[in-house]
Design a protein around this ligand. Structure first.
Ligand SMILES: *[C@@H]1O[C@H](CO)[C@@H](O)[C@H](O)[C@H]1NC(C)=O
Ligand SMILES: *[C@@H]1O[C@H](CO)[C@@H](O)[C@H](O)[C@H]1NC(C)=O
Length: 397
Protein backbone atom coordinates (compact mmCIF):
# COMPACT_ATOMS: atom_id res chain seq x y z
CA UNK A 1 0.00 0.00 0.00
CA UNK A 2 2.71 2.50 1.07
CA UNK A 3 4.92 1.55 -1.79
CA UNK A 4 2.28 1.95 -4.46
CA UNK A 5 1.76 5.49 -3.16
CA UNK A 6 5.50 6.04 -3.55
CA UNK A 7 5.37 4.74 -7.08
CA UNK A 8 2.46 7.01 -7.86
CA UNK A 9 4.36 10.00 -6.51
CA UNK A 10 7.46 9.07 -8.45
CA UNK A 11 5.45 8.66 -11.62
CA UNK A 12 3.80 12.01 -11.16
CA UNK A 13 7.18 13.65 -10.56
CA UNK A 14 8.70 12.03 -13.60
CA UNK A 15 5.79 13.15 -15.75
CA UNK A 16 6.17 16.71 -14.53
CA UNK A 17 9.89 16.62 -15.21
CA UNK A 18 9.36 15.29 -18.72
CA UNK A 19 6.76 17.97 -19.32
CA UNK A 20 9.17 20.69 -18.15
CA UNK A 21 11.94 19.39 -20.39
CA UNK A 22 9.55 19.24 -23.32
CA UNK A 23 8.30 22.79 -22.77
CA UNK A 24 11.82 24.17 -22.52
CA UNK A 25 12.97 22.25 -25.52
CA UNK A 26 10.06 23.20 -27.74
CA UNK A 27 9.67 26.87 -26.88
CA UNK A 28 11.82 29.90 -27.56
CA UNK A 29 14.57 30.51 -25.07
CA UNK A 30 13.69 32.62 -22.09
CA UNK A 31 15.72 35.66 -23.13
CA UNK A 32 13.95 35.74 -26.48
CA UNK A 33 10.57 35.69 -24.74
CA UNK A 34 11.65 38.52 -22.51
CA UNK A 35 12.88 40.39 -25.55
CA UNK A 36 9.61 39.95 -27.38
CA UNK A 37 7.60 41.00 -24.35
CA UNK A 38 9.86 43.99 -23.85
CA UNK A 39 9.56 44.81 -27.51
CA UNK A 40 5.80 44.74 -27.51
CA UNK A 41 5.34 46.88 -24.43
CA UNK A 42 8.15 49.30 -25.47
CA UNK A 43 9.87 49.13 -22.11
CA UNK A 44 12.99 50.58 -23.66
CA UNK A 45 11.51 54.04 -23.70
CA UNK A 46 11.38 54.11 -19.91
CA UNK A 47 11.35 57.87 -19.40
CA UNK A 48 12.65 58.01 -15.83
CA UNK A 49 16.09 56.81 -16.89
CA UNK A 50 16.42 58.85 -20.01
CA UNK A 51 14.87 62.30 -19.90
CA UNK A 52 17.83 63.55 -17.87
CA UNK A 53 19.96 66.30 -19.27
CA UNK A 54 23.64 65.82 -18.46
CA UNK A 55 25.29 67.90 -15.75
CA UNK A 56 28.59 67.70 -13.91
CA UNK A 57 28.49 68.82 -10.27
CA UNK A 58 31.63 70.20 -8.60
CA UNK A 59 31.67 67.37 -6.08
CA UNK A 60 31.02 63.98 -7.63
CA UNK A 61 31.01 62.04 -4.35
CA UNK A 62 27.24 61.72 -4.25
CA UNK A 63 26.86 60.57 -7.84
CA UNK A 64 29.69 58.09 -7.78
CA UNK A 65 28.46 56.47 -4.61
CA UNK A 66 31.36 57.53 -2.39
CA UNK A 67 29.75 59.76 0.23
CA UNK A 68 30.23 59.40 3.95
CA UNK A 69 33.13 57.81 5.79
CA UNK A 70 36.56 57.94 4.17
CA UNK A 71 37.11 54.85 2.02
CA UNK A 72 40.26 52.76 2.25
CA UNK A 73 40.56 51.31 -1.28
CA UNK A 74 42.62 53.57 -3.56
CA UNK A 75 40.02 54.38 -6.22
CA UNK A 76 37.19 55.04 -3.75
CA UNK A 77 39.38 57.20 -1.52
CA UNK A 78 40.79 59.17 -4.43
CA UNK A 79 37.35 59.80 -5.89
CA UNK A 80 36.37 61.40 -2.58
CA UNK A 81 39.33 63.77 -2.71
CA UNK A 82 39.71 64.12 -6.43
CA UNK A 83 39.69 67.41 -8.29
CA UNK A 84 40.88 66.70 -11.83
CA UNK A 85 43.66 65.09 -13.82
CA UNK A 86 46.61 67.31 -14.77
CA UNK A 87 45.77 69.51 -17.76
CA UNK A 88 46.66 68.33 -21.24
CA UNK A 89 49.28 70.36 -23.10
CA UNK A 90 52.35 72.25 -21.90
CA UNK A 91 54.53 70.05 -19.73
CA UNK A 92 51.81 67.38 -19.80
CA UNK A 93 54.07 64.35 -20.16
CA UNK A 94 56.05 65.19 -17.02
CA UNK A 95 52.93 66.11 -15.08
CA UNK A 96 51.08 62.97 -15.96
CA UNK A 97 54.00 60.74 -15.06
CA UNK A 98 54.41 62.52 -11.74
CA UNK A 99 50.70 61.96 -11.16
CA UNK A 100 51.19 58.23 -11.79
CA UNK A 101 54.10 58.00 -9.37
CA UNK A 102 52.15 59.83 -6.68
CA UNK A 103 49.17 57.54 -7.25
CA UNK A 104 51.34 54.42 -6.90
CA UNK A 105 52.78 55.76 -3.65
CA UNK A 106 49.27 55.87 -2.18
CA UNK A 107 48.80 52.09 -2.54
CA UNK A 108 50.69 50.15 0.16
CA UNK A 109 50.87 46.87 -1.80
CA UNK A 110 51.39 48.43 -5.25
CA UNK A 111 54.59 46.45 -5.79
CA UNK A 112 52.60 43.21 -5.61
CA UNK A 113 50.12 44.27 -8.34
CA UNK A 114 50.35 42.45 -11.70
CA UNK A 115 52.54 44.29 -14.18
CA UNK A 116 49.59 45.38 -16.35
CA UNK A 117 47.95 47.07 -13.35
CA UNK A 118 51.15 48.83 -12.41
CA UNK A 119 51.70 50.06 -15.94
CA UNK A 120 48.12 51.21 -16.12
CA UNK A 121 48.26 53.38 -13.03
CA UNK A 122 51.70 54.82 -13.80
CA UNK A 123 50.51 56.13 -17.18
CA UNK A 124 46.78 56.56 -16.45
CA UNK A 125 46.91 60.36 -16.42
CA UNK A 126 48.81 60.48 -19.74
CA UNK A 127 46.12 60.93 -22.34
CA UNK A 128 47.87 62.91 -25.00
CA UNK A 129 49.09 60.70 -27.84
CA UNK A 130 49.75 61.65 -31.45
CA UNK A 131 48.31 59.91 -34.47
CA UNK A 132 50.21 56.90 -35.64
CA UNK A 133 49.11 57.58 -39.20
CA UNK A 134 47.75 61.06 -39.69
CA UNK A 135 44.07 61.23 -38.78
CA UNK A 136 43.49 63.32 -41.88
CA UNK A 137 43.19 60.20 -44.04
CA UNK A 138 39.76 59.74 -42.46
CA UNK A 139 37.24 61.77 -44.49
CA UNK A 140 35.50 64.74 -42.93
CA UNK A 141 32.61 64.19 -40.59
CA UNK A 142 31.60 67.85 -40.43
CA UNK A 143 28.62 69.77 -41.74
CA UNK A 144 26.69 67.91 -44.38
CA UNK A 145 28.98 64.90 -43.93
CA UNK A 146 27.81 64.38 -40.34
CA UNK A 147 26.43 60.86 -40.08
CA UNK A 148 23.24 59.92 -38.30
CA UNK A 149 24.96 56.89 -36.78
CA UNK A 150 28.68 56.40 -36.29
CA UNK A 151 29.88 52.83 -35.80
CA UNK A 152 33.02 53.09 -33.68
CA UNK A 153 34.56 49.64 -33.47
CA UNK A 154 37.48 48.84 -31.18
CA UNK A 155 40.05 46.70 -32.91
CA UNK A 156 43.80 46.13 -32.81
CA UNK A 157 46.39 45.95 -35.57
CA UNK A 158 46.56 42.19 -36.17
CA UNK A 159 42.81 41.71 -36.46
CA UNK A 160 42.58 42.32 -40.23
CA UNK A 161 40.05 39.52 -40.77
CA UNK A 162 37.66 40.87 -38.13
CA UNK A 163 37.72 44.32 -39.70
CA UNK A 164 37.26 43.06 -43.24
CA UNK A 165 34.31 40.89 -42.21
CA UNK A 166 32.61 43.95 -40.71
CA UNK A 167 33.24 46.03 -43.84
CA UNK A 168 31.70 43.29 -45.96
CA UNK A 169 28.67 42.86 -43.71
CA UNK A 170 27.03 45.04 -41.08
CA UNK A 171 29.49 47.92 -41.43
CA UNK A 172 29.06 48.12 -45.21
CA UNK A 173 27.78 51.24 -46.99
CA UNK A 174 24.44 52.43 -45.65
CA UNK A 175 22.85 55.86 -45.95
CA UNK A 176 23.66 58.06 -42.95
CA UNK A 177 25.92 55.46 -41.36
CA UNK A 178 29.68 55.72 -41.03
CA UNK A 179 32.15 53.01 -39.95
CA UNK A 180 35.41 53.69 -38.07
CA UNK A 181 37.85 51.40 -36.31
CA UNK A 182 39.76 52.52 -33.22
CA UNK A 183 43.33 51.24 -32.93
CA UNK A 184 46.52 51.81 -31.00
CA UNK A 185 50.00 51.38 -32.42
CA UNK A 186 50.59 48.47 -34.85
CA UNK A 187 53.97 47.93 -33.23
CA UNK A 188 53.20 45.56 -30.42
CA UNK A 189 55.76 44.57 -27.86
CA UNK A 190 57.00 41.98 -28.55
CA UNK A 191 55.65 41.09 -31.95
CA UNK A 192 55.98 41.56 -35.67
CA UNK A 193 55.85 45.10 -37.03
CA UNK A 194 52.44 45.34 -38.68
CA UNK A 195 53.00 49.03 -39.45
CA UNK A 196 53.33 48.82 -43.26
CA UNK A 197 50.25 46.58 -43.58
CA UNK A 198 48.11 48.75 -41.35
CA UNK A 199 49.29 51.87 -43.12
CA UNK A 200 48.24 50.37 -46.44
CA UNK A 201 44.87 49.40 -44.98
CA UNK A 202 44.41 52.88 -43.59
CA UNK A 203 44.94 54.50 -46.99
CA UNK A 204 42.89 51.90 -48.81
CA UNK A 205 39.78 52.11 -46.59
CA UNK A 206 40.22 55.45 -44.79
CA UNK A 207 38.33 54.10 -41.81
CA UNK A 208 41.06 53.70 -39.18
CA UNK A 209 41.64 56.06 -36.29
CA UNK A 210 45.17 55.07 -35.30
CA UNK A 211 46.95 56.46 -32.26
CA UNK A 212 50.50 55.92 -31.19
CA UNK A 213 50.08 54.12 -27.87
CA UNK A 214 50.54 50.52 -26.85
CA UNK A 215 47.36 48.63 -27.80
CA UNK A 216 46.87 46.48 -24.69
CA UNK A 217 43.62 45.71 -22.82
CA UNK A 218 44.31 48.22 -20.04
CA UNK A 219 44.76 51.00 -22.59
CA UNK A 220 41.22 50.58 -23.86
CA UNK A 221 39.78 53.30 -21.68
CA UNK A 222 42.54 55.55 -23.04
CA UNK A 223 41.27 54.60 -26.50
CA UNK A 224 37.77 55.68 -25.46
CA UNK A 225 39.00 59.04 -24.20
CA UNK A 226 41.01 59.72 -27.39
CA UNK A 227 38.01 58.71 -29.49
CA UNK A 228 35.73 61.05 -27.53
CA UNK A 229 38.19 63.87 -28.12
CA UNK A 230 38.18 63.14 -31.86
CA UNK A 231 34.38 62.96 -31.80
CA UNK A 232 33.95 66.25 -29.96
CA UNK A 233 36.26 68.06 -32.39
CA UNK A 234 35.75 66.33 -35.70
CA UNK A 235 32.26 64.89 -35.60
CA UNK A 236 30.26 67.05 -33.18
CA UNK A 237 27.00 66.77 -35.08
CA UNK A 238 26.69 63.01 -35.18
CA UNK A 239 23.30 61.97 -33.77
CA UNK A 240 24.19 58.55 -32.33
CA UNK A 241 27.34 56.55 -31.74
CA UNK A 242 27.57 52.78 -31.44
CA UNK A 243 30.68 51.73 -29.56
CA UNK A 244 31.26 48.09 -30.48
CA UNK A 245 34.05 45.51 -30.61
CA UNK A 246 35.42 43.85 -33.74
CA UNK A 247 33.83 40.55 -32.67
CA UNK A 248 30.34 42.04 -32.31
CA UNK A 249 27.59 41.32 -34.83
CA UNK A 250 25.08 44.09 -35.43
CA UNK A 251 21.66 43.87 -37.02
CA UNK A 252 22.03 47.32 -38.48
CA UNK A 253 18.43 47.66 -39.69
CA UNK A 254 17.10 46.73 -36.25
CA UNK A 255 19.45 49.25 -34.65
CA UNK A 256 18.37 52.04 -37.01
CA UNK A 257 14.73 51.21 -36.38
CA UNK A 258 15.30 51.30 -32.63
CA UNK A 259 17.07 54.68 -32.79
CA UNK A 260 14.52 56.27 -35.12
CA UNK A 261 11.75 55.16 -32.81
CA UNK A 262 13.17 56.83 -29.70
CA UNK A 263 11.23 59.75 -28.25
CA UNK A 264 13.35 62.95 -28.53
CA UNK A 265 13.72 63.32 -24.76
CA UNK A 266 15.10 59.82 -24.45
CA UNK A 267 17.36 60.21 -27.49
CA UNK A 268 19.18 63.25 -26.07
CA UNK A 269 20.67 61.47 -23.07
CA UNK A 270 20.88 58.03 -24.64
CA UNK A 271 23.16 55.37 -23.11
CA UNK A 272 21.73 51.97 -23.98
CA UNK A 273 22.92 48.39 -24.28
CA UNK A 274 23.37 45.19 -22.30
CA UNK A 275 23.46 46.48 -18.73
CA UNK A 276 25.34 44.87 -15.88
CA UNK A 277 23.93 46.03 -12.59
CA UNK A 278 25.79 45.69 -9.29
CA UNK A 279 28.50 43.49 -10.83
CA UNK A 280 31.32 42.64 -8.44
CA UNK A 281 35.02 43.09 -9.20
CA UNK A 282 36.84 39.85 -9.95
CA UNK A 283 39.38 39.05 -7.26
CA UNK A 284 41.19 36.12 -8.91
CA UNK A 285 44.64 37.50 -9.80
CA UNK A 286 45.15 35.53 -13.03
CA UNK A 287 42.10 36.69 -15.01
CA UNK A 288 41.97 39.65 -17.42
CA UNK A 289 39.45 41.54 -15.30
CA UNK A 290 41.20 41.13 -11.96
CA UNK A 291 40.93 44.16 -9.70
CA UNK A 292 42.86 44.15 -6.39
CA UNK A 293 40.89 44.82 -3.23
CA UNK A 294 43.21 47.65 -2.29
CA UNK A 295 42.43 49.31 -5.63
CA UNK A 296 38.62 49.31 -5.76
CA UNK A 297 36.01 48.34 -3.17
CA UNK A 298 32.35 47.52 -3.61
CA UNK A 299 30.20 46.61 -6.60
CA UNK A 300 30.48 48.47 -9.89
CA UNK A 301 27.79 50.95 -10.76
CA UNK A 302 25.40 49.86 -13.52
CA UNK A 303 27.22 50.00 -16.85
CA UNK A 304 26.55 48.89 -20.41
CA UNK A 305 28.76 46.04 -21.62
CA UNK A 306 31.61 47.17 -23.86
CA UNK A 307 30.57 44.53 -26.41
CA UNK A 308 28.28 47.21 -27.79
CA UNK A 309 26.28 50.17 -26.56
CA UNK A 310 24.79 53.27 -28.16
CA UNK A 311 24.93 56.81 -26.89
CA UNK A 312 23.86 60.25 -28.03
CA UNK A 313 26.59 62.05 -30.01
CA UNK A 314 25.96 65.32 -28.17
CA UNK A 315 27.23 63.67 -24.95
CA UNK A 316 30.81 63.43 -26.28
CA UNK A 317 32.05 66.78 -24.87
CA UNK A 318 30.29 66.05 -21.59
CA UNK A 319 31.91 62.63 -21.32
CA UNK A 320 35.31 64.18 -21.99
CA UNK A 321 34.84 66.63 -19.15
CA UNK A 322 33.69 63.80 -16.89
CA UNK A 323 36.75 61.70 -17.84
CA UNK A 324 38.95 64.49 -16.42
CA UNK A 325 37.17 64.21 -13.10
CA UNK A 326 36.64 60.48 -12.65
CA UNK A 327 39.65 58.64 -11.22
CA UNK A 328 41.14 56.36 -13.92
CA UNK A 329 39.98 52.76 -13.86
CA UNK A 330 41.56 49.98 -15.97
CA UNK A 331 38.42 48.26 -17.33
CA UNK A 332 37.00 50.28 -20.20
CA UNK A 333 33.28 49.65 -19.99
CA UNK A 334 33.23 50.10 -16.22
CA UNK A 335 35.11 53.37 -16.65
CA UNK A 336 32.65 54.57 -19.31
CA UNK A 337 29.80 53.64 -16.97
CA UNK A 338 31.40 55.74 -14.23
CA UNK A 339 31.73 58.71 -16.58
CA UNK A 340 28.07 58.47 -17.64
CA UNK A 341 27.14 58.18 -13.99
CA UNK A 342 29.14 61.31 -13.18
CA UNK A 343 26.85 63.08 -15.68
CA UNK A 344 23.77 61.73 -13.93
CA UNK A 345 22.96 59.28 -16.73
CA UNK A 346 22.03 55.67 -15.98
CA UNK A 347 22.32 52.98 -18.66
CA UNK A 348 19.13 51.62 -20.16
CA UNK A 349 19.04 47.89 -20.69
CA UNK A 350 17.81 46.63 -24.03
CA UNK A 351 17.14 42.87 -24.30
CA UNK A 352 18.15 42.89 -27.98
CA UNK A 353 21.79 43.49 -26.96
CA UNK A 354 23.42 40.21 -25.92
CA UNK A 355 27.10 40.39 -25.20
CA UNK A 356 27.65 36.98 -23.68
CA UNK A 357 26.05 35.02 -26.40
CA UNK A 358 26.11 31.21 -26.04
CA UNK A 359 29.13 29.76 -27.77
CA UNK A 360 27.85 27.21 -30.26
CA UNK A 361 24.53 25.69 -31.29
CA UNK A 362 21.39 27.43 -32.45
CA UNK A 363 22.96 30.88 -32.53
CA UNK A 364 23.18 30.58 -36.31
CA UNK A 365 19.43 30.83 -36.71
CA UNK A 366 18.94 33.95 -38.86
CA UNK A 367 15.35 34.34 -37.67
CA UNK A 368 16.51 34.73 -34.09
CA UNK A 369 19.04 37.33 -35.20
CA UNK A 370 16.35 39.14 -37.13
CA UNK A 371 14.82 39.98 -33.74
CA UNK A 372 18.07 40.97 -32.03
CA UNK A 373 20.13 44.14 -32.32
CA UNK A 374 23.67 43.18 -31.31
CA UNK A 375 25.34 39.93 -30.30
CA UNK A 376 28.87 39.17 -29.23
CA UNK A 377 31.16 37.31 -29.71
CA UNK A 378 31.14 36.26 -33.38
CA UNK A 379 34.17 35.36 -35.45
CA UNK A 380 34.62 36.65 -39.03
CA UNK A 381 33.42 33.41 -40.65
CA UNK A 382 30.27 33.32 -38.52
CA UNK A 383 29.66 36.99 -39.23
CA UNK A 384 29.77 36.49 -42.99
CA UNK A 385 27.69 33.30 -42.95
CA UNK A 386 25.06 34.83 -40.73
CA UNK A 387 24.88 38.03 -42.75
CA UNK A 388 24.26 36.07 -45.98
CA UNK A 389 21.61 33.95 -44.31
CA UNK A 390 19.87 37.05 -42.99
CA UNK A 391 19.84 38.72 -46.41
CA UNK A 392 18.23 35.65 -47.99
CA UNK A 393 15.81 34.84 -45.24
CA UNK A 394 14.39 38.27 -44.59
CA UNK A 395 10.80 37.45 -45.55
CA UNK A 396 10.64 33.93 -44.15
CA UNK A 397 10.77 34.65 -40.46
C1 LIG B 1 32.51 65.94 -1.45
O1 LIG B 1 31.40 65.66 -0.62
C2 LIG B 1 31.66 64.67 0.38
C3 LIG B 1 30.37 64.44 1.16
O2 LIG B 1 29.33 64.10 0.31
C4 LIG B 1 32.79 65.11 1.29
O3 LIG B 1 33.07 64.09 2.22
C5 LIG B 1 34.04 65.41 0.46
O4 LIG B 1 35.05 65.93 1.26
C6 LIG B 1 33.71 66.40 -0.65
N1 LIG B 1 34.87 66.51 -1.53
C7 LIG B 1 35.42 67.67 -1.85
C8 LIG B 1 36.61 67.61 -2.75
O5 LIG B 1 34.98 68.74 -1.46
C1 LIG C 1 49.52 52.39 -22.65
O1 LIG C 1 50.28 53.03 -23.66
C2 LIG C 1 51.29 53.89 -23.20
C3 LIG C 1 51.94 54.52 -24.42
O2 LIG C 1 52.40 53.58 -25.32
C4 LIG C 1 52.27 53.11 -22.36
O3 LIG C 1 53.25 53.99 -21.82
C5 LIG C 1 51.53 52.41 -21.21
O4 LIG C 1 52.40 51.62 -20.45
C6 LIG C 1 50.42 51.56 -21.77
N1 LIG C 1 49.61 51.01 -20.68
C7 LIG C 1 49.69 49.72 -20.32
C8 LIG C 1 48.74 49.27 -19.27
O5 LIG C 1 50.48 48.95 -20.80
Amino acid sequence: MRCSKCMLCLLALLTLLALKVYIEWSSDPLWLKRYQEGHESETLTNPSASTFEPSLPANLSGRLGQPGAPATAYWNRQQQLFQALPRVGGSAAGDCQAWGKAAAAKIPDFASYPVAHRRFLLSAACRDYPWWVSGSVVPSCLGSDAPYLLLAVKSSAGRFGERQAIRETWGGPEHGVRLLFLLGSPRGEPGPDLGPLVEWESRRYRDLLLWDFLDVPFNRSLKDVLFLRWLAHHCPQVTFVLRAEDNSFVNIQALLKLLRGLPPASARGLYLGHVFDQALPIRTPKGPYYVPETFYAGPYPAYASGGGYVFAGQLAPWLLRAADRVVPFPIDDVYSGLCFQALGLAPQNHPGFLTNWPAKGKQDNPCIHQRLVLVQPRDPQETIRLWKLMQNRQDHC
